[in-house]
Ligand binder design. Structure first.
Ligand SMILES: Cc1cc2nc3c(=O)[nH]c(=O)nc-3n(C[C@H](O)[C@H](O)[C@H](O)COP(=O)(O)OP(=O)(O)OC[C@H]3O[C@@H](n4cnc5c(N)ncnc54)[C@H](O)[C@@H]3O)c2cc1C
Length: 495
């Protein structure tokens, strides 16, 4: 009997989205299920950098840097408006290295891998012109990387997969795996948002479940490689509080780890931490010690700015699904490589980065070949299918919405943001929104960008949700209470 689909993908983060797109482009019938919401995990809680991994050069992981730089350049070419170049100023502070000379050698290689020259150098005397208020001991090195909206990038990849026939289901949980007579995993039982269970037969399953790899593998009775979940937390400040025109990186005075601050969507992001996070059952949130650590980083490099906890508008924390080396090393010393592991028709993908999602998807599909023998090799060179630009729509919306830009980029701008009301309406109608946080944290980023978690927007949002989703006034009230409680506990500023 013909299975319901060729490939069942578990997880709607960037990794699962990348696998779904790559498989759909190669003609497979794909179903993707996400237990919470698309990009609910690390893929909406990252540092939002599309970067070549300059620091991996230090650990000798040249191939990882090469791959990341190539993917960064490809994403910049293909997704203008969603992936954008940003200049970095790396302040040299004593006693932590790398010193100016070592850094310039690394940047020469970084430029070489990218095929373009971006490196530069600024003396202490130049700094006030480049980044007013930045403290340096030995000038700064200059280079370039890129930024994105991580959740929107994930949704854009999913949108492309859907346009090629992939079936996508969020708020759908895997409850069991099914084997055929030869012991191969050939299907799954899924519980949908309505609480009903259904079985899906497939040829192969790719699990892209991030730090929850162990949970999926346990259903298969298998023991996968051990992950070391690592939490990274960020602060978001109004940009006027520290008006930076470019990204600034420096070494934290307490442990020499790299930290950064950069302008993003008219606000300032400060990050990040790197700490063991063994508790996967609840939403990750910043801890008081991490807030102190990030404020101490700012005080060290911007001593006159006087930034305090009272300036922080909101926070977020994400969990990196890092492969454990099982050596007694600090979290930041663990490799950021990805891993593909297979057992009986279950292919698991973990680790890696947002930036390299296409390469990870290709590696997962290569590993799935024993169960998908007719899978053609990749014929396309681009990451996303190319679209003719939609006439009259600015790049920002072309990048975010692709072929749908004309439908979504409508209506007035929501004050203080670059989001249009038409985007919210489009998401409500077509992007499987089930909760207010789906809309305000991942379809848009208004819950982070607007003061007070966008609470002032909610009265105007109510009629739109009622009209498009059929919610009653009581349902909206419940959603509002749920959303505000979630935001206060997971995106607030710890006492
Ligand atoms: C703090 C931090 C900063 C980072 N910064 C950067 C950066 O600047 N640049 C960069 O390139 N990378 C960065 N990364 C790395 C990058 O964000 C992650 O590697 C990437 O987002 C992981 O994507 P994923 O899809 O594998 O996992 P996730 O995004 O965590 O997605 C896994 C999904 O699987 C779902 N799931 C779990 N179990 C099941 C199941 N049984 N069935 C269905 N669904 C399931 C979860 O709900 C979740 O949505 C950062 C990561 C963190 C945490």
């Amino acid at each position: 009997m013909k299975p319901d689909c060729d490939l069942l993908v578990l997880g709607g983060g960037i990794s699962g989205a990348g696998v779904a797109l790559e498989a759909a482009r190669r003609g497979l019938r794909v179903t993707l299920v996400e237990a919470r919401d698309y990009a609910w995990g690390a893929s909406s809680r990252s540092s939002k950098l599309v970067h070549g991994g300059l620091r991996y050069l230090q650990s000798g992981a040249l191939h990882l840097t090469r791959e990341s730089v190539q993917e960064r350049e490809a994403l910049l070419r293909e997704l203008p408006g969603l992936v954008e170049r940003i200049g970095f100023v790396m302040a040299h502070r004593r006693p932590f290295g790398p010193g100016r000379r070592t850094m310039q050698i690394g940047l020469r290689l970084y430029d070489h891998l990218a095929g373009r020259r971006a490196r530069g150098w600024a003396s202490n005397a130049d700094i006030p012109w480049l980044v007013p208020g930045l403290a340096t001991d030995d000038g700064a090195s200059l280079y370039e990387d890129a930024t994105t909206d991580d959740a929107r990038l994930t949704l854009r990849v999913l949108q492309e997969a859907r346009s090629l026939g992939a079936e996508l289901h969020n708020h759908t949980t895997l409850t069991a795996l099914q084997r055929d007579g030869r012991g191969q995993i050939r299907g799954a039982t899924l519980r949908g948002p309505d609480g009903f269970e259904r079985s899906v037969a497939c040829r192969c399953i790719v699990s892209a479940s991030g730090p929850w790899l162990g949970t999926v593998a346990a259903l298969a009775g298998a023991a996968p490689p051990r992950l070391r979940p690592l939490r990274g937390s960020h602060l978001l400040l109004p940009l006027w509080r520290l008006p930076l025109a470019r990204a600034v990186a420096w070494r934290h005075p307490e442990d020499g780890r790299p930290v950064f601050a950069y302008p993003w969507q008219g606000r300032l992001i400060v990050g990040t931490t790197d700490l063991d996070h063994p508790e996967l059952g609840t939403e990750p949130r910043i801890q008081p010690e991490e807030l102190r650590y990030l404020l101490a980083a700012l005080a060290h490099s911007f001593p006159r700015a006087g930034v305090s906890a009272a300036d922080v508008q909101c926070t977020w924390a994400g969990v990196r699904p890092v492969i454990a080396s099982d050596k007694p090393v600090a979290p930041s010393q663990e490799s950021r490589e990805h891993l593909v592991w297979t057992q009986d028709g279950l292919v698991a993908l973990a680790g890696g980065k947002l930036t390299t999602f296409r390469r990870m998807a290709q590696a997962a599909l290569a590993a799935a070949r024993p169960w998908l023998p007719t899978l053609p090799p990749p014929v396309h060179r681009d990451i996303l299918p190319a679209h003719a630009p939609v006439a009259g729509v600015p790049l920002r919306w072309q990048g975010r919405w692709g072929a749908l830009a004309g439908q979504a980029a409508r209506g007035a701008l929501i004050p203080g943001t670059t989001t249009r009301w038409g985007e919210l309406r489009h998401s409500l109608l077509h992007e499987q929104v089930r909760h207010l946080d789906d809309l305000l944290l991942r379809r848009s980023r208004l819950g982070l960008l607007m003061p007070g978690f966008a609470a002032d927007l909610l009265p105007a949002l109510q009629p739109l949700c009622q009209e498009t989703l059929g919610w009653s006034a009581e349902h909206f009230r419940q959603e509002r209470d749920r959303y505000l409680a979630l935001m206060t506990t997971t995106h607030g500023v710890p006492a």
